[in-house]
Ligand binder design. Structure first.
Ligand code: DGL
Length: 289
């Protein structure tokens, strides 16, 4: 399985608490993870990189996603972040090992943290996963769950049902959180999960937390797991272990946002996903861009 967490020994001894946390996503969606991060760890500064020039990743091959992700993470590493969160589920599913190879600081993906919580939360062992086509086809969540159970030495019987929900991404960006069309599409996508009687569902894509209400409406008795929030929890634990939590709130901007293409809609979508004004986003051209 792809281990979503670099060991503490990888952390450079010169890391200091005031360094920022780097968050990477294929585009705007990772700001749902930053929203959780800012709530859970209000003293931390964030440097966000969204690869808006090359989004979506969810329909690309593993080789392409790995190459793009490494290039973007290098950008964050050049800014001396103390930990990297790969908020993008597709990148976490397909590029974790490649990123871990190039990073001197801990890298936290979303897959293992969310898989762990799903296994803990599920009573019946019937767990659903929704994500992009690439995430679902990768089988990364299933592999992570098998590996966790194996490590725990548990024989537990689990049934995992995974469904790709690609249309949720544009609906979330469009702000159609309560639109009847979103409800219709949700019913269609989620029907197999309903039929399978899952009790836990991993929201395995950065955008899906924006559609929590409609998803919960279609699956009323199912516990929804926000994969970004789980990753922030693991990053928090690493900062604790290493004693590198920011001690006080930064006087500088809390979120420095960099993107590889500044589309006209970016700021409004970004601020809706983030839940507060972003102020500005800086466009950067990646070397191999
Ligand atoms: N950020 C991606 C993810 O979480 C969704 C958008 C894309 O396809 O790039 O998988």
């Amino acid at each position: 399985m792809k281990n979503d967490r670099k060991t503490a020994s990888n952390l450079s001894s010169s890391t200091i608490p005031s360094q920022a946390i780097g968050v990477f996503d294929s585009g705007v969606g990772g700001l749902t993870t930053v929203r959780k991060l800012v709530n859970m760890l209000p003293n931390e500064r964030v440097i966000y990189f969204g690869d808006t020039a090359r989004v979506p990743y969810g329909n690309k091959t593993a080789a392409t996603v790995s190459a793009y992700t490494c290039e973007c993470v290098e950008f964050l590493l050049e800014r001396e972040v103390k930990v990297v969160i790969i908020a993008c589920n597709t990148a976490s599913a397909l590029a974790m090992e490649a990123v871990q190879r190039i990073s001197p600081v801990p890298v936290v993906g979303v897959i293992t943290p969310a898989a762990e919580t799903a296994l803990r939360s599920s009573v019946t062992g019937r767990i659903g996963i929704i994500g992009t086509r690439a995430t679902v086809q990768s089988g990364a969540y299933q592999a992570a769950m098998s590996s966790i159970l194996q490590k725990q030495g548990l024989e537990r019987e689990i049934t995992v049902i995974a469904e790709a929900c690609p249309l949720f991404v544009p609906f979330a960006e469009e702000g159609w959180h309560y639109h009847p069309a979103t409800r219709l599409v949700a019913e269609e996508y989620l029907a197999p999960l309903k039929l399978a009687n899952i009790d836990t569902l991993i929201l395995g894509c950065t955008h899906y937390p924006m559609l929590t209400d409609v998803i919960q409406d279609v699956l009323p008795n199912v516990r929804l797991i926000n994969s970004g929030e789980e990753a922030v929890g693991v990053a928090d634990a690493i900062l604790h272990e290493q004693n590198i939590h920011a001690q006080e709130r930064s006087l500088h901007r809390i979120v420095d946002c960099y993107i590889s293409d500044k589309s006209t809609a970016f700021m409004s979508v970004a601020e809706r996903f983030l839940g507060f004004p972003l102020g500005m986003a800086q466009e950067v051209r990646l070397k191999k861009g």
